[in-house]
Write a protein that binds this ligand. Sequence first.
Ligand code: AFP
Length: 352
Amino acid sequence: MINSPDPSRITTIERHILDEQYHYPEATGALTNLLYDLALAGKIIASRITRAGLIDILGHAGVVNVQGEEMMKLDEFADHTIISLHDHTGRLAVMVSEEHLDLIPIPERYPLGKYVLLFDPLDGSSNIDFNVSIGTIFAIYRRITEEGPGTLADCLRPGHEMVAAGYIIYGGSTMLVYTTGHGVHGFTLDPSVGEFLLSHPNIQIPQAPKYYSANQGYELYWSAGIRRYTHYLQGSDGQRKRLLLRYVGSLVGDFHRTLLSGGVFYYPSDTQDPHKPHGKLRLLYEAAPLAFVAEQAGGYASDGTRNILDIQPESLHQRTPLFIGNRDLVEKAEEFIREYDRGQPTAETVES
Ligand code: AFP
């Protein structure tokens, strides 16, 4: 039996975020509250996901439920939850979501704030029907325009300008992991008290990696460099001790495991789909925020040739190849790409 947490030993996410604020004497509390709003969104989304398996008896998306409300698809629900918790607080100038082609403006009736929020409301949603971990990813920047509604220029920023980033993983338990540039901290939702409690302070990627993670179903479409890199990770070229393969197919799940166990996750360019010549993952609200988390945990993220955090985005839904995890393993990928895939293009700007 699990006892109730001992209040003298627990750190709630609220207290932790407030303590972080003391690093910034000039802070107004807006970022603190913004992070706290994201934690609240996470709790609401988690509670809906917990009931996802009951969809057959509660009703499908597009169907009117017993209260006369139309059921929303989970990714729409997550998107709606995050937007409606943030659009009126006066903390944001504009938002960007994976679910919306264009910028999401703050309605005119509400005040504007100094931050910009970019998010993927429910990543890995094709896993929902199978009760596999899914997640929310977020990135926060300070706006650069002086006044008026936030603009594209406020959003198309290299990752190293980010002030905070993180993700919420909806798995066996719900966890929120975030950084404001002072280490990476993980909180587990205690459903009995409805709070995120600090469970993983100061996460560092273990130096002895365990796993590599990639969709090897695409190997046929990979470049020579990526195929050789994979053989290197498998130990089959005799250069290193082999790593074991794990692949969930949900970026947050695969990244979270990589962060805690050590290893590398990669979703490289491939030749399978001419519309997606550089993989599937999005730069602004998938690769960049996780790159910030990885770097703060002692790891590294690259598009195969350069630091993900150095890429100047050109469009909101730009895709990028991603290699993320232990620094030496990611640098090894860059080495293989340099040696065998010379001249390969990397990040691109195809919107779709
Ligand atoms: P879905 O949201 O369509 O499930 O996509 C998830 C995702 O964007 C990311 O979470 C995974 O890492 C990646 O796609 C998996 O893609 P493959 O199915 O091509 O391996």
